[in-house]
Design a protein around this ligand. Structure first.
Ligand code: SF4
Length: 283
């Protein structure tokens, strides 16, 4: 069986940067380094980080002056940063520059008097963080069907959660046109996400079976799974190589592999090696 690894699989620029900042901080700081929530949406990499001294906490309560807090690539609210600073906590800001863009556009729209709309998932940390930049005033919508329930506003400004599907974003923007006199749109979807999704679709169109590697809590990995399924190919979502089942591949000539932005290279390698071992057993 042929095994094709999609381009742009695994860590994106923003996650790579966050990992480097975290490992550097762990090397040169006292042992107490924390992230608010998992630093990335990949349980295996979070375990590795914990072994290196980067621990996940759910709030700032147990942190004391002199501790270090790493802000995740998803970013956080300005209030959280202020609270941490007030407690004397050192901040390592690993917010992805693309997320910073989304935060800045949202804040600028808010200050200019636009009703801000965020196209994304309301419970995602990135969206919760952006909300903090608009005093929690934004409407969060996941898809165009939700627009009909919203009231009309004179001026509406739209941004996207960085991992949104472009087609979904466009549909929401079109639907909002009917609800506003003036519409300002910032396409804040990150290029890494778009390229990864395009590469996954390309491979899915050529493969009999797709393996998508990544945390089950990772929004962008779950989107890759949906896209491969929409392309009509049998698709399995796994977190580790141990989940691969030999019988899946019995009638697959070409297997495509892709991975979410928070999937480390070592996990991808393990999956590829296991797939190659199935090949050897069958030859
Ligand atoms: S997916 Fe894009 S926005 Fe998110 S961390 Fe990676 S580079 Fe940044």
């Amino acid at each position: 069986m042929n095994i094709i690894l999609a381009e742009n699989s695994g860590f994106c620029f923003g996650v790579k940067r966050a990992m480097k900042l975290a490992f550097d901080a762990a090397k040169c700081s006292k042992p107490l380094i924390y992230s608010l929530g998992p630093l990335i949406h990949n349980p295996q990499q979070v375990d590795l980080l914990a072994q290196k001294g980067v621990h996940e906490v759910s709030d700032l309560d147990r942190l004391v002056s002199g501790d270090t807090l790493i802000i995740r690539s998803h970013g956080t609210t300005p209030d959280t940063i202020e609270m941490a600073k007030a407690k004397g906590i050192n901040i390592v800001d690993a917010t992805c520059p693309f997320v910073v863009n989304a935060q800045r556009f949202a804040q600028a729209l808010y200050k200019e008097g636009y009703q801000v709309v965020i196209v994304g998932e309301g419970d995602h940390p990135e969206v919760i963080g952006i909300m903090g930049f608009v005093e929690n005033s934004a409407w969060v919508v996941e898809n165009a069907s939700e627009i009909k329930n919203l009231p009309r506003r004179k001026r509406v400004g739209v941004i996207a959660q960085t991992t949104q599907l472009f087609d979904n974003f466009r549909e929401v923007v079109c639907a909002i046109m009917e609800k506003s006199e003036e519409l300002k749109v910032f396409n804040t979807i990150c290029h890494a996400t778009t390229h990864r999704q395009e590469a996954a679709i390309d491979i899915a169109n050529r493969a009999n079976l797709m393996i998508v590697i990544g945390g089950r809590n990772s929004a962008n990995t779950n989107r890759l799974v949906s896209l491969c399924k929409i392309a009509g190919v049998n698709t399995y979502h796994i977190e580790t190589a141990n989940e691969l089942v030999p019988s899946w591949f019995e009638s697959a000539n070409t297997v495509g592999v892709t991975a979410g932005a928070s999937t480390p290279e070592w996990l991808i390698e393990e999956v590829l090696n296991k797939l190659k071992s199935f090949n050897r057993k069958n030859s």
